[in-house]
Design a protein around this ligand. Structure first.
Ligand SMILES: [Zn+2]
Length: 67
């Protein structure tokens, strides 16, 4: 007995013709796919380092521009 696939985001049943071939599979829609990508990237950045708010005011790297 196969469990019917469900969207991991909104738990909607993925039923209907072509749904398994959908470009959004295993999500039900582009929206849910984006939500998942967003969550995933948030987690990734949180684990690596908090790079979400880089200050724009950093001085440029010291240039060895000797004349
Ligand atoms: Zn969904």
């Amino acid at each position: 007995m196969n469990k019917p696939p469900t969207c991991p985001i909104c738990k909607k049943l993925l039923v209907g013709e072509g749904v398994l071939q959908s470009e959004f599979f295993p999500f039900c829609s582009e929206r849910c796919r984006h939500i998942d990508l967003f969550r995933w990237s948030e987690g990734k950045y949180a684990i690596v380092e908090p790079l979400t708010e880089l200050p724009d005011t950093l001085p440029p790297p010291a240039d060895d521009d000797v004349e």
